[in-house]
Design a protein around this ligand. Structure first.
Ligand SMILES: [Zn+2]
Length: 210
């Protein structure tokens, strides 16, 4: 027996179902929920999503996500630099290499690091077909042509994290830049985001050359 659903409601459910982890059943529940919201709330919701998609770019230096300034012209919008990469209070000679934007937030929350970051957007994983060209290693190497004293490999202490740290460490060493690895302290096999601030700061202070 076919269930009667108005077409716009069905279409809304279809859109929700495109999101990761949302099955058709949940998508329908969300679509029905939208009907119970005031129109302004729904407008805020859709506009926030659209604005995020439209204005967030990769920082051309650290590759982290950053938002365009509203007053920037389209021409200027092609090259975007995030607030951290233009903050003169930071030490541009030390680059902390992390897997994801979330890791940058973790270090910033800890407050123990004053250098700059480089976000790889992934880890090497031959098993899953992720090779050096698939993550932002080339962009990192391009940054090292300037005055950089040290690269800190701050990938998670997992198999992929270690393999990535070793691979990049060797590459960076060939151009004569010191490479270090976070000391642990950090629980092996766990993600950085679950480390408490003290553990993270200590790991940073006691990093080892690789
Ligand atoms: Zn940046």
């Amino acid at each position: 027996m076919a269930e009667y659903i108005p077409v716009p409601l069905f279409k809304a459910a279809e859109q929700f179902a495109k999101l990761p982890g949302i099955g058709m059943k949940t998508a329908h529940r969300l679509a029905y929920h939208v009907l119970s919201l005031p129109e302004e709330t729904v407008e805020e919701f859709t506009s926030a999503i659209f604005t995020a998609r439209k204005t967030v770019r990769f920082c051309e230096k650290c590759q982290n996500f950053t938002a365009l300034q509203e007053d920037e012209s389209p021409a200027e919008q092609e090259t975007v630099i995030c607030p951290l990469c233009i903050d003169e209070k930071r030490n541009f000679k030390i680059i902390c290499v992390v897997e994801s934007p979330r890791d940058v937030s973790v270090f910033e929350r800890g407050g123990g690091f004053n250098g700059v970051y480089h976000v790889l957007h992934g880890l090497l994983s031959p098993m899953n077909g992720i090779s050096p060209e698939d993550i932002r290693i080339r962009e990192l190497m391009e940054r090292l042509s300037g005055e950089v004293d040290e690269v800190i490999m701050a990938t998670n202490p997992t198999v992929e994290g270690e393999a990535t740290a070793t691979y990049i460490g060797r590459l960076v060493k060939t151009i004569g830049v010191k490479t270090t690895r976070l000391a642990y302290g950090l629980p092996v096999g766990a993600a950085l985001e679950f480390a408490d601030d003290v553990t993270l700061t200590r790991a940073l202070e006691n990093r080892n050359e690789i």
